[in-house]
Design a protein around this ligand. Sequence first.
Ligand code: THG
Length: 373
Amino acid sequence: MTFRLSITPNIRKSPYFEATLAEGVRAFSVYNHMYIPGHYGDPEGEYRRLIEGVAQWDVAAQRQVELSGPDAGALAQYLTTRDLTRCAVGQGRYVALCDHDGTLINDPVLLKLAEARYWLSIADSDIALWAAAIARERGLDVRVFEPDVSPMAIQGPKALDLARDLFGAWVEDLKYFWFKETELEGIPLVLARSGWSKQGGFELYLQDGARGSELWQIVKNAGRAYDIGPGAPNDLERLESGLVSYGADGRAQSNPVDPFEIGLGHLVELESGQDFIGRDALVEIKRAGVRRRRVGLFIEGPPVTGNQHPLDILRGDEAVGTLSEMAYSHRLQRNIALGIVSNEVHDGADDLRVIVGTAPRALAITTLPFIAP
Ligand code: THG
């Protein structure tokens, strides 16, 4: 079966859309109601640049939700399970957002731009609606909106050299997730040391959607020295590195998980003295005992392909977990996957199976990450 996604007007275009077409983008996905490049037809080359060189990604679909006004800090804190007390202006934090039942609803990067101004750089769910409703219902004095901000990522070991060439030596001192407001040839942007890979890199948050093609070209030209090429958030690398993909590994509406089950328990600070949405539920979940856990999985047999996820993890006829994504790792020369399994299943279990296509395959649990950075 082959099919295409329709290009319909309800799906938004990134400011880099034209630039990525010119680069020869071959597939888009949809994320936060926006097209996001999936690949450029050269999976080996795109992966190799990410691991050995530098890749240029249109990640404008990582939309920002801005919280602005006197109660911005109070709202940011109430939305997230982390303690933001010690978050400084200029600092970013990976955070978890839960609903009132303790179900994970997003895992954004939070950026504190000023004492009364934050961005949530969101994963794939409608947090602008959620945050605006919470703010209004609580009578908070804060404006919640999606600003004209569109991240582009440069990822890979040579991203540091490229960022230095573009912005200056100060980028070397930028700590992970920290950022600075700056510009490139008059184009306003925020430069952050971050990105959805474990290969190192930066994100350029463009603050003028009319100048996407211009910014793309500036980065591309400077990147020629490092053999830069277009790429996209790379599912194989994220599996190897064990990064969470909200939407793939869990989604409130179709595959609900709490932060403990998806391996984000360290982002839940129940003893901080802060109140936040889902706190009571998470206290109760922890008291009752978390019943599932996140694992890495090896899948026996020839290289897996195709988009068959999610798959049941089987013990006999019984589903004891869910496999959320799998891929063949060239570096490990094995099929790898991420999943969530019931705690009844032991790490050394040798009776687990998954049906790939029509054939049952043996599964073995392993620790994450598959490959440490
Ligand atoms: N950058 C920006 N926005 C984003 C993402 C991003 N929005 C969507 C999505 N990615 C949000 N989800 C993640 C998931 C993982 C990480 C960042 C954002 C990540 N995790 C590291 C890890 O798990 O090892 C580091 C976590 C930590 O140190 O706390 O980087 O990528 N702008």
